[in-house]
Each structure stands twice: as structure tokens, then as C-alpha cells.
Ligand binder design. Structure first.
Ligand code: ADP
Ligand code: ADP
Length: 226
């Protein structure tokens, strides 16, 4: 069943050619979909429209079959991680991860359990008392993901989450993301300009160019395509 459905999704910024041009696409429950394409092809804009951070010019975003274009971000049960994730510097890892749950008035015992589970999942259990400045780049990125995943969103959106990491760390984080997804099957839309990342991570890959969807398929299908 498809959780997220894009129907003729289009975004135009101030009268120029469409940044996102008539994109229709379904993302299945538990799927890891990668949006790949060169810089400026509209990947971030699509994610931001799914998250509700950017208005749709025309077309629709549907979640569980419901058009959500009029819904504010908070109502969408979607979590997003950006390239330049910002952690709250004065808070510990535990507090950073608990913050979104506190805002939602999750009771303390449940909050503690959910943070502990997510920290375990991401290998952060030993770091819960640290402040961001005492963490490595990879650890910080894991905290940013933990902060997004802790509220168990229906859909997880990642916008070039590994781009700021050095090559070695990028490879290990990529493997970690793949493991995480195999284990928990959170519906994920992952944006990258990196073909290798797309091939390694994607159940399916959607190739964008100049706002248009060029092809959608499994890595095997796209790799074998002429
Ligand atoms: P990508 O994520 O693939 O790099 P973006 O979605 O960020 O691409 O951008 C797609 C196009 O839309 C680019 O031409 C970009 O300059 C333009 N764009 C993105 N955001 C805005 C904005 N807020 N105002 C004007 N143009 C924008
Ligand atoms: P990315 O390429 O990783 O998507 P950008 O650096 O292109 O990120 O964009 C960062 C921010 O600037 C986004 O919020 C985007 O909407 C905005 N932006 C991008 N292009 C333009 C533009 N041409 N005019 C105004 N804002 C833009």
C-alpha cells in the first residue's frame, strides 16, 4: 500500500520555469525510496512539499490516501533530517532527543523509554549525557537522526544527510542506514546527488532532472537500463 503519493506535484518560484514539474510518484509502506539527480533539479523542494515546509503550486501530496496540502507540518507525522542539521548546543544528547516528545506532552516514563530505545538503535546509549560539542561529526548526525526518529514518524525524510561527512564516515553511515532500514522498515524518502548512495540504499530510485521525473525503478532495473 502506498503511504505517500505525489500527484502532478508542481512548484514554481515566482514565474520562472517550474522547479518541480508535474511529478507523480507513489511511495510504498516500508519502502526506501531515493530521489537522485543533479543539484538544483528539485529534490529538496519535493521533500519540503511532502513535509509541508513549502507550499504546493499545483498538484497534491497524499498521505494514507488523504490530500494533505492544506495541513500544517505538525499534523503530518513526518520527520525530516537536513544536511546542516542543527542540534541544540546547550542540551545533552538525551535532551536533544527528548525535546520533540516534550513538546508533544509525552509522559516522562514513556519519553525515557522511547529515547533509550532510539539511542540504542543508533548506538548512542553511551553518549546520552554529552553535549553536541563533545561529539564527532558522525555522532552528531546520528543524534540528528535519533531526534527525528524518536517520535516514531510514519515517514522519514532525509535531505543529503551524509554530504557534510568525510568519505570514510559517509561509507560507514551509509551501511548503518541500510541496516537500520532493514531492521525497522520505516518508510523513507532519501535525497542525494550521489549515484552510489542511491544504488546502495534504494529499494527504488527516482531519477529527477530539471524538475521532471525521468525514471523510477529498482537499482537493478536502472542499472540494466540502456
Ligand atoms: P535540489 O535539492 O535538487 O538541489 P532544489 O529543490 O533545492 O534542488 O531547487 C530546485 C530549483 O528551485 C533550483 O533552481 C533552485 O534555485 C530553485 N529554488 C529552490 N528554492 C527556492 C526558493 N525559495 N526561491 C526561489 N527559487 C528556489
Ligand atoms: P539544496 O541544494 O541542498 O537543496 P540550497 O542551498 O539550494 O539547498 O537551498 C537552501 C535554501 O535556499 C532552501 O531553503 C531553498 O529553498 C532556498 N533557495 C534555493 N535556491 C534559491 C533561490 N534561487 N532563491 C531563493 N531561495 C533559494
Amino acid at each position: 500500500m502506498s503511504i505517500v503519493r505525489l500527484e502532478h506535484l508542481t512548484k514554481t518560484f515566482g514565474g520562472r520555469t517550474a522547479a518541480v514539474d508535474d511529478v507523480s510518484l507513489s511511495i510504498d509502506d516500508g519502502e526506501f525510496l531515493v530521489l537522485v539527480g543533479p543539484s538544483g533539479c528539485g529534490k529538496s523542494t519535493i521533500l519540503r512539499m511532502i513535509a509541508g515546509l513549502e507550499e504546493v503550486t499545483s498538484g497534491d501530496v497524499l498521505i494514507d490516501g488523504e490530500p494533505v496540502t492544506a495541513w500544517p507540518p505538525k499534523q503530518r507525522d513526518i520527520a525530516m533530517v537536513f544536511q546542516n542539521y542543527a542540534l541544540y548546543p546547550h542540551m545533552t544528547v538525551q535532551e536533544n532527543m527528548a525535546f520533540a516528545l516534550k513538546l508533544r506532552h509525552v509522559p516522562a516514563p514513556q519519553l525515557t523509554t522511547q529515547v533509550a530505545d532510539t539511542a540504542h538503535l543508533l548506538g548512542l546509549s553511551e553518549l546520552l549525557d554529552r553535549k553536541p560539542k563533545a561529539l564527532s561529526g558522525g555522532q552528531r548526525q546520528r543524534v540528528a537522526m535519533g531526534r527525528a526518529l524518536v517520535r516514531k514518524p510514519r515517514v522519514f525524510l532525509l535531505d543529503e544527510p551524509l554530504s557534510n561527512l568525510d568519505a570514510k564516515l559517509r561509507v560507514s553511515m551509509r551501511a548503518e542506514l541500510a541496516r537500520l532500514h532493514q531492521r525497522y522498515r520505516i518508510t523513507t524518502v532519501y535525497v542525494t546527488h550521489d549515484q552510489v548512495e542511491a544504488m546502495t540504499l534504494g529499494d527504488r530510485i527516482a531519477v529527477l532532472d530539471q524538475g521532471r521525473l525521468q525514471q523510477v525503478g529498482s537499482p537493478e532495473e536502472l542499472y540494466l537500463a540502456p
